[in-house]
Write a protein that binds this ligand. Structure first.
Ligand SMILES: [Cu+2]
Length: 168
């Protein structure tokens, strides 16, 4: 019994000594993540707007107007640039009240029936942490406008014409 107690004490001491060294050197530990996050000094997302013919399939098995990706993580106080490539010839937006409002330029209809994509760039610095929901303010996704119908947590359908932004 006495030997066991001593062994435990020694083992406990050993763990206490070894742990800080592991935390500092192993990727994925809280210390390593904190260091990596501190090194984030620029943020950039490339976002695609896909017309109904190209967009994701909804529960109705039909393609719908889609902005993808739709969820983002930003670091407070660090400038972020969104480059939005619109393959659709309609207006869209990524409107997140209190955070950002990206007015997305429409693509151009070409004589051969194709659409020349439009590129919109938008840079801003998130000033406060929190959860923000964005949605498109334009009436899109015709003729059903399903992607504009109310999602479970706000205007428009999440993953199509709405999504979340977490600012840490
Ligand atoms: Cu839209």
């Amino acid at each position: 019994m006495k030997t066991g107690l001593i062994a435990c004490a020694v083992l406990g001491l050993g763990v206490a000594v070894v742990q800080p060294a592991l935390a500092a050197s192993q990727p994925g530990t809280p210390t390593a993540i904190g260091t990596a996050f501190a090194n984030v000094t620029r943020q950039h997302y490339t976002v695609y707007v896909l017309p109904g013919s190209m967009g994701f399939i909804g529960p109705d098995k039909q393609h719908h107007d889609t902005i993808a990706p739709s969820s983002f993580v930003l670091k407070v106080g660090v400038p972020v640039t969104f480059t939005v490539i619109n393959f659709d010839d309609g207006h869209h937006s990524m409107t997140a009240p209190g955070l950002m409002n990206i007015m997305i330029k429409p693509g151009t209809d070409e004589p051969n029936g194709s659409i020349k994509p439009a590129i919109t760039t938008y840079t801003f610095t998130p000033e406060k942490a929190g959860n923000f929901r964005w949605h498109c303010i334009f009436q899109c996704d015709g003729p059903s406008h399903w992607a504009m119908s109310h999602g479970f947590d706000g205007p428009d359908r999440d993953g199509y014409m709405a999504g979340w932004i977490k600012v840490l």
